[in-house]
Design a protein around this ligand. Structure first.
Ligand SMILES: [Cu+2]
Length: 122
């Protein structure tokens, strides 16, 4: 087989293999391209961890939240000021994005606001 033909076959197959992953990673890549601030949060028996994080205003924030325990009422995350209300399925990473517009504290919590955390925006 000549080299040109082999290259053509490989080039034709590569995108097919990449489609599923590309879709999955598209969001993360877009966020990276726009200088997203990635914040990794877990829900454990102790609550949201870390409960306090700091981000910069005016730049997109991507929260990657994974609930790691059944023993919690935080089966969802509510960020009232950003009108965000996301279910947190067990052991599944959920990504939430928003752009904090002003400096200050963005509070979030479980659906009943019993287990809480704070995103400091500066
Ligand atoms: Cu709760």
């Amino acid at each position: 087989m000549n080299v040109t033909k082999l290259f053509a076959v490989v080039a034709a197959l590569l995108p097919l293999a990449g489609i599923a992953r590309a879709d999955e990673q598209k969001d993360k890549k877009e966020m990276k391209d726009t200088k997203a601030q990635m914040v990794v949060l877990s829900v454990t028996e102790k609550g949201f961890e870390p409960a306090n994080v700091t981000v910069k205003k005016g730049e997109p924030v991507m929260l990657m939240v994974t609930r790691k325990t059944k023993s919690t009422c935080a089966k969802e995350i509510v960020i009232a000021s950003e009108k965000i209300h996301e279910p947190l399925p067990l052991d599944k990473e959920v990504s939430i994005t928003f752009t904090p517009k002003a400096a200050g504290d963005v509070k979030y919590g479980c659906g009943m606001d019993m287990i809480t955390g704070t995103i400091h925006v500066e």
